[in-house]
Design a protein around this ligand. Sequence first.
Ligand code: FE2
Ligand code: FE2
Length: 341
Amino acid sequence: MNENSLKFSFPPKIDPLNVFPISWPESPKITYDLFALAKAQLWDPETLPWDTLRDAKLSAEERLAIGYWFSILCIFDAAAPPVFAHALIEMFKNKEEDGVRKCFSTILRDELNHEEICRKSTMICLPGNPFGPLEWTPKTALEKGAYNNIQWAYHNGARYWEGYVKAFDKYPFAVMFTSFLMGEVAATTLFSEMGKAASIPVYREVFKLVSRDESRHARMALYLTKRTFPNLPQEQKDFITKQLRAGFIFLSLILFKPFPGKFWELPDTFLEYHNTLQDAAQSGGLGIISLKAREDAWRNAMLKVKKTVEAYGIEFPAMPEVGLTGFEVAEEDLETIVPVF
Ligand SMILES: [Fe+2]
Ligand SMILES: [Fe+2]
């Protein structure tokens, strides 16, 4: 064919926010290292000794309480797959670094495992072995209290999705994921302590594995933080301060203690049932650590994050619940996006 006779037509202009970049410039080594580590550390909930939970000698209250605890945990962990899936799509649209996209795909995969732990635990422990924390009929007073608490916690978990999705139009990832960083750091310590304290064998393994995942997620979040923070406008720095406060209040329900009224819309009956059930889960061997130990773990996690953000001129919020002074965030500002872990 005569080259001069070739007439090429060209495709129409492509939307730069299309969902798949076919371009893979080399990302920093840490992102590929974390991706490799995630593959090497992949685990399968199916292979864990669930019969040690099924056959455990537990009272009806203790069994209910363990089912309850995972019903509350799944408000966070069952929200994590869509949260990270949405983040992943946004990353592809915005041409985020190849290595970061890869790492986020593994976080999504890990979170499916964490969700599966909640599914298995609630199915084994809640009365009637239901296929979900809301799919059973409570009979005793404690069961009714547990069920009502789960309904309220679910209501709160379900109401933040819209804000989360909208925030992607306003803030870069690293800004949004700052409070995730705090959640991941706190979860790493708390789950590791729970793995040591648990007497039911399956939970000794579960919490060790989940903690290992969370520490990898924390390293990824830290990478994003350090990459993005040097060039942030003040408005975004202010948002981070609020986010850190909102994140703590949100995650406290499961990882520390509930703070009704601050973000959490909860009935007056919530706390008493929650505390009773948490105590029963502890005596059943779930590995719940003391309130003092949970407070210490949070304070340590926050001090790490405080050091990181303050190095970039971002104010850390006051956290009087764990004895930390700082910038006072208004109550209404807690209705910003909230994280999972
Ligand atoms: Fe995580
Ligand atoms: Fe998780």
